[in-house]
Design a protein around this ligand. Structure first.
Ligand code: NAD
Length: 316
């Protein structure tokens, strides 16, 4: 049975990835320090015979007993609220954390995949963003702890690939949403779904003309797993290229929830990217991958989860 390590596996994406790997016949070890993760995301796997959880901060050196075939490094705070509260930890997990995982990949002869991000492109000057674009990132702004950590991580991955011949993969993830996101992590999907379900106004930043493209979690993970099994070591965008304004997104949330909450406009935060859309030509060609779940369907699939979390919050 192949064996995989998922760091950050108690988080939103990592826990879904763990489910998928188990379903695909992997033995899975999850490592997480719960800094932004939630034990409830893995509670259903407690008695699964192929699942193991290790509570550990990956910025501290570690090893594992036994063989290891794949490492998916998903560990990092990912929402602006999270990483701006713990900027030093975010830089550490993107540097020491990534290096510790790469050392383990080298020791075990395991293939390593780094969860990188569209934030590597910063506030992009080209649209849509293609993998060969080097980005427009403010190295000292409030988002720099995340953006530069992720850019450093990519450099470290390339260095291990070149200097040590480690088999590496890099996915540049664009905005992804779905069940298990935290209601108050500051990302636009849980924020607006939460407000609509509570019967509150939907707050958007700026005039709402900035655009985003939203990918449903199942689509993203299919792309990530295909990339891991491909031969491509250079960064590959995975995301949904259907672009919409934040204002239209808020209207869609109202429709999906069946609410008609007013939309409230707040000032735009510093360095908020104005446009974001992946060019997925590479993933289509190389991996025969493209998203299959449209926004409305994905939001409907997430509705019960967000409703349950809002109910829980109201009852607490
Ligand atoms: P998340 O916050 O839900 O999950 C991150 C997980 O990493 C958490 O469980 C957290 O506890 C764990 N973690 C953080 N630091 C750690 C450390 N030092 N040691 C061990 N565990 C640690 O975020 P997510 O949305 O699931 O994101 C997962 C990965 O995907 C991140 O690397 C993120 O940068 C990347 N990503 C996500 C998106 C998205 O839209 N969700 C977009 C781009 C990139």
């Amino acid at each position: 049975m192949p064996r995989a390590l998922v760091t950050g596996g108690a988080g939103f994406l990592g826990s879904h990835l763990t489910d998928k790997l188990l379903a695909n016949g992997y033995e899975v070890v999850v490592m997480d320090n719960y800094v932004t993760g939630d034990p409830r995301n893995l509670a259903h796997l407690k008695d699964h015979p192929s699942f193991e959880f290790i509570e550990h901060d990956i910025t501290e050196p570690f090893t594992l007993d036994g063989s290891l075939d794949r490492i998916f490094n998903m560990a990092s705070p990912a929402s602006p609220i999270d990483y701006q509260q713990i900027p030093i930890e975010t830089l550490e997990v993107g540097s020491y954390g990534v290096q510790n995982c790469l050392d383990l990949a080298k020791e075990k002869g395991a293939r390593f995949l780094q969860a990188s991000t569209s934030e590597c492109y910063g506030d992009p000057e080209i649209h849509p963003q293609v993998e060969t674009y080097w980005g427009n990132v403010n190295p000292i702004g409030p988002r720099s702890c995340y953006d530069e950590a992720k850019r450093f991580a990519e450099a470290m991955v390339m260095a291990y690939h070149r200097a040590h011949g480690v088999e590496t993969r890099m996915v540049r993830i664009f905005n992804t949403y779905g069940p298990r996101m935290r209601l108050h992590d500051g990302r636009v999907v849980p924020a607006l779904m939460g407000s609509a379900l509570r019967g509150e106004a939907l707050t958007i930043f700026g005039d709402g003309s900035q655009t985003r493209s939203f990918c449903y979690v199942d689509d993203l993970l299919e792309g990530i797993c295909r990339l891991m099994e491909s031969d491509e070591h250079l960064p590959t965008n995975i995301g949904n290229p259907v672009e919409m304004s934040i204002l239209d997104f808020a209207k869609t949330v109202n429709e999906v929830v069946g609410s008609s909450q007013p939309i409230q406009f707040d000032p735009l935060p510093e360095n908020d990217p104005k446009i974001r859309k992946p060019d997925i030509t590479k993933a289509k060609t190389l991996l025969d991958w493209e998203p299959t779940i449209d926004l409305r369907t994905g939001l409907m699939k997430s509705l019960d989860y967000f409703r349950a979390r809002v109910t829980e919050e109201t009852e607490a």
